[in-house]
Design a protein around this ligand. Sequence first.
Ligand code: NAG
Ligand code: NAG
Ligand code: NAG
Ligand code: NAG
Ligand code: NAG
Ligand code: NAG
Ligand code: NAG
Length: 380
Amino acid sequence: MKYSNFLWASTFAAANVSAVPTPDADGKYTLEAEGIKAQFIPYAATLTNLFVKDKNGVERDVVLGYDNTSFYPVDPGHPVYNAVPGRYANRIGKGTFKIDNVTYTTVKNDGPNTLHSGPNNWSYRVWEVKSASDKSITFHLSDPANSTGMPGRVEVDVTYSLEKNKWKIVMDATSPDAKTPIQATQHTYFHLDAFAKPGNRSIWNHTLHMPHARRVMEADANALPTGVIANVSKGAIDDFWTAPHQLGFASGNKNFEDHCGGGCHGYNGNWAFDGDRDKSDIAATLSSAWSGIKADLRTNQDGIVIYTCNWNDGKTEFKSTQGIKGQDKFIPRDGCVAIEAQDYVDGINHPEWGRLDKQLFGPGQKYHWESSWTFGVIDD
Ligand SMILES: *[C@@H]1O[C@H](CO)[C@@H](O)[C@H](O)[C@H]1NC(C)=O
Ligand SMILES: *[C@@H]1O[C@H](CO)[C@@H](O)[C@H](O)[C@H]1NC(C)=O
Ligand SMILES: *[C@@H]1O[C@H](CO)[C@@H](O)[C@H](O)[C@H]1NC(C)=O
Ligand SMILES: *[C@@H]1O[C@H](CO)[C@@H](O)[C@H](O)[C@H]1NC(C)=O
Ligand SMILES: *[C@@H]1O[C@H](CO)[C@@H](O)[C@H](O)[C@H]1NC(C)=O
Ligand SMILES: *[C@@H]1O[C@H](CO)[C@@H](O)[C@H](O)[C@H]1NC(C)=O
Ligand SMILES: *[C@@H]1O[C@H](CO)[C@@H](O)[C@H](O)[C@H]1NC(C)=O
């Protein structure tokens, strides 16, 4: 749909003529299917709430976010809660890259590097609602040339849809005028117990299994890949492939404390999936024994970033849909896990990895990202 059509649709939506659902008083769009309900806002194309049933049939809101939708844009911490960062997610080393021998610079906003494309990134914009129904919503953004220091205008659509027990995410982007880096993700933060497990809100007892994640990027103290792609051996801190492991399973290991650099313990790393895996296979399963909820990720992406929320300062509150009535709502350090399917971090600066055709897009080329999360209970 062209922009003019979008205007047409929104005019009619405003006049209450079209079938486009209107957001609720908080600005949220609600989608529903059997066993699942999800809510979204146009700011950063954000998922605000995701309700699925636990092993006792109790509905749990399993993602992080705020009750107050007006707080997302002004939150000084801005953790990119369940948003779409772009146009180049995660880090760009030293805030610079080259395309066909021309050097571009991006704003360094994460130590010496650029994170999530720096200022004016996609996760700080209000996206257009291009279409919506009770099962699906499509957000659109037109990202002007050079808005993040990168050449060429990018047109991007993100479609979220629900089916029975399943949340599906599809992103399509083009850069019609010039070759530019494109690397998107859905930066989803999970807590499968919805902070309702008595006594302990940390994420360490959630279990992760990534059977095809046999390689991991070595990274420096700023979580920037050095270029070395290491094999993960059985029982190593990054081993989630030989068997399912609790996220805290390696917490006694010597290097766990500074494992993600700069005093960051736990995970903020990038794994590469086996190149020959069947992309319809489950890429990752996250589960928690307490709620019994498990979530299976399928994706067309070749890598994944896992972050166990080391940098939570303990001052942010979770939502009124979470936790235990009468208790405080603070999310502790290590109180969540972000799971981001994407291509290799900083691949634009590592031609030796052979990722340029997955990360640079120009006239006539199409970027396509696709993932789904299927929810169930353990031993389903
Ligand atoms: C929601 O957040 C906005 C922006 O910070 C603030 O102005 C408003 O007072 C908040 N509303 C409530 C109900 O807390
Ligand atoms: C880039 O520069 C190198 C070295 O000067 C040259 O060999 C190469 O042909 C150039 N590539 C392009 C695409 O211009
Ligand atoms: C994204 O852009 C906003 C608005 O320009 C900026 O305040 C923010 O710091 C940027 N995000 C990151 C992660 O740098
Ligand atoms: C791109 O933006 C940067 C930062 O705003 C500016 O310094 C630079 O001149 C711009 N480049 C072009 C080609 O417009
Ligand atoms: C919660 O449990 C984890 C894993 O067993 C442990 O490392 C952590 O210290 C506990 N936190 C609290 C506040 O009890
Ligand atoms: C978390 O897991 C650890 C290691 O398996 C276990 O020792 C601990 O009891 C668990 N903690 C909770 C609160 O379930
Ligand atoms: C990883 O293992 C593969 C296959 O066993 C081997 O070819 C490769 O050299 C190893 N990579 C590293 C960095 O050791």
